[in-house]
Design a protein around this ligand. Structure first.
Ligand code: F6R
Length: 590
């Protein structure tokens, strides 16, 4: 979390930095700040809240003329989102911005206080600034090196020094790239922040320190020079625009047919491009949030149709539990950003135990993509809305293809099976589902003024319910819970009240009758059920019906309806849909 951008060049950096921050706002948005450098003066401007507040403040000030600056958008970890805690932080001759968490910040703070340092914020970042300042005489790289030897934790740092006209940066366990322009250079948490100015960049590896001028970039690690290969991204400049949609979330949902087609293309041409899971005796799926719910669908399909043993865990649990690796195991990591701290830790744990890792990931330059043994890339393109939509659909799509390939390899697929033909139809069918926005608006009108909602389903429909419930609660702030339909009566049914909406997801024919009984149970206690199914029901209840398709892909037609219901509900409640409160897009802290 937190976004960093830095600029050095011929231009005045303000517009570039503010524009960059807006493109990084998905990484956190509770406060922001900017530091500009001119000769030996460093001017810092900060504000609480979104980037527009900082932009307004900057407009009303007469700022020092400058060609060098750093900026930051924050997702609070240490200390409340106040101006004091916002970055950049200055101690002595050092001004810096930071993304990550310094684990031994308190210990270092106490030590530095005893040495006479006074602190103005509650942040761990200010401690790093103080430490670098302590070691700074006239060699900036040496000061950074010495300070970081004492620091434990994760960091991406953009640093300015009084006494130097260069921009400095370093990273460990938090992303940071260096953008290469013509007579100008950049640092950024993500290429999206600088794509308007350059498509050339390189990744900074752990603890490489970079010293940047407008036409030179010098990298060193442990005092030795490092050579870098410059890469070019094919990200379109307008990929991060809303393209006329009111919100990124809506734009990204509407992109689902196109990105699915692109992601599936190589595998529908040749399924053997996917790894062979039959080589393993056990599969572990590890991820966080929606990515974990995509994994739950994968687990259900692998068990149900490919007779494969699968364990699934949220990464924050997996990384700390006693995982028993007593069989030939593959760990599948699912992550849109590829930078989720817990998922990275889970991956490294598997690797330390000599267990093979496969990532299903969107950002190709991310830590998970780079460190996992094998990768399957989803082609979602940039996902800006904090709530994931298109990336989730693609994660489910890849899990479905993996399950199908495994069943095929094991000879478990019936001869007249048309799964791949159905996969070809998916983009058109998703589009059909997305085109029915009026139906979702009608459902949203029924639920937007409620405060508690349930989602129920069994087996794969339960996994789908989990995502439907998460999407609704995170963007609309309505409390909602997903339950296995048969489990509700073991206590939780006591919460059902007159008029309480209950979404029932019913697509699995093998278990449909059981879910129908559970629907009756909640209805007889006053619930207002909304049936989301792949067939039309004879019922007075509100219902949404999607086309019936192979069970491998049915969630890919159900979830878009739930995403759009969540979107329309949040809109009716006047929520900040693309940036829900308290959240950030990529969770790079534990
Ligand atoms: C919910 C959402 C999160 C992410 C989770 C994992 O809409 O976006 O639950 O799915 O934080 O993020 P990645 O996939 O980047 O590892």
């Amino acid at each position: 979390m937190c976004g960093i951008i830095g600029y050095i060049g011929k231009e005045n950096p303000i517009e570039i930095l503010i524009n960059g921050l807006k493109n990084l706002e998905y990484r956190g948005y509770d406060s922001a700040g900017i530091a500009l450098k001119d000769k030996d003066e460093i001017e810092v401007i900060k504000s609480v809240g979104k980037i527009v507040n900082l932009e307004e403040k900057v407009k009303c000030k007469e700022l020092i003329p400058s060609h060098l600056g750093i900026a930051h958008t924050r997702w609070a970890t240490h200390g409340k989102p106040t101006e004091n805690n916002a970055h950049p932080h200055t101690v002595g001759k050092v001004t810096l911005v930071h993304n990550g968490i310094i684990e031994n910040a308190e210990e270092l703070r106490e030590k530095l206080k005893k040495q006479g340092v006074t602190f103005n914020s509650e942040t761990d970042t200010e401690v790093v600034a103080a430490l670098i300042n302590k070691y700074y005489e006239n060699n900036q790289v040496e000061a950074i090196n010495k300070a970081l030897k004492e620091v434990r934790g994760s960091y991406a740092l953009g640093i300015l020094f009084q006494g130097s006209d260069c921009l400095f940066a370093v990273r460990k366990d938090s992303p940071l790239i260096v953008g290469i322009g013509e007579n100008e250079n950049f640092i950024a948490s993500d290429i999206a922040a600088i794509i308007d100015y350059t498509n050339k960049y390189f990744l900074l590896e752990e603890n490489e320190i970079v010293k940047i001028t407008q036409d030179k970039v010098e990298i060193t690690k442990d005092g030795k020079e490092v050579e870098k290969q410059i890469q070019t991204t094919n990200m379109e400049k307008d990929a991060k625009d809303k393209c006329g949609y009111d919100h990124y979330m809506l734009k990204e949902i509407m992109e689902e047919p196109v990105v699915l087609e692109k992601t599936f293309k190589p595998y529908l041409e040749d399924l053997d491009k996917l790894p062979d899971l039959t080589k393993y005796e056990e599969i572990h799926i590890v991820a966080c949030g929606s990515a974990m719910y995509a994994g739950m669908i994968g687990k259900t399909l692998l068990e149900e149709y490919a007779n494969t043993k699968v364990e699934i865990d949220v990464a924050s649990e997996y990384r700390y539990k006693n995982v028993i690796y007593d069989r030939k195991t593959l760990v599948i990591l699912i992550s849109q950003s590829g930078e989720t701290a817990d998922t990275i830790a889970a991956m490294r744990k598997a690797k330390e135990n000599n267990v093979e890792t496969l990532s299903i990931v969107n950002v190709k330059t991310s830590t998970i993509a780079r460190e996992s043994d094998k990768q399957i890339f989803i082609e979602a393109g940039p996902e800006i809305a904090v709530a994931t939509t298109k990336a989730y659909i693609l994660q489910v799509g890849i899990m479905a293809l993996l399950a199908y390939k495994t069943a095929l390899t094991k000879g478990l697929v019936k001869e007249n099976d048309k799964v791949l033909e159905e996969a070809e139809k998916l983009p058109r069918l998703i589009k059909e589902v997305l085109d029915r926005r009026d139906e979702y608006k009608k459902v949203a009108k029924e639920i937007y003024n409620k405060e508690d909602i349930f989602f129920i389903g069994r087996k794969i429909d339960y996994a789908t319910s989990m995502e439907g419930s998460l999407k609704l609660k995170e963007v609309s702030y309505i409390h909602s819970e997903a339950y296995q339909a048969g489990e509700l009566k073991h206590g939780t049914i006591s919460l059902i009240e007159e008029g309480m909406p209950v979404f029932a997801i019913v697509t699995d024919d093998t278990i449909k009758d059981k879910t129908v009984s559970n629907i009756e149970e909640v209805k007889s206690r006053g619930a207002k059920t909304i049936i989301i199914s792949n067939e039309k029901w004879q019922t007075e209840d509100l219902q949404v019906t999607v086309p019936k398709i192979s069970p491998y892909f049915q969630p890919i037609l159900i979830v878009p309806t739930l995403q759009l219901i969540a979107y329309e509900t949040a809109k009716l409640r006047g929520c900040d849909i693309d940036k829900p409160k308290n959240l950030a897009k990529s969770v790079t802290v534990e």
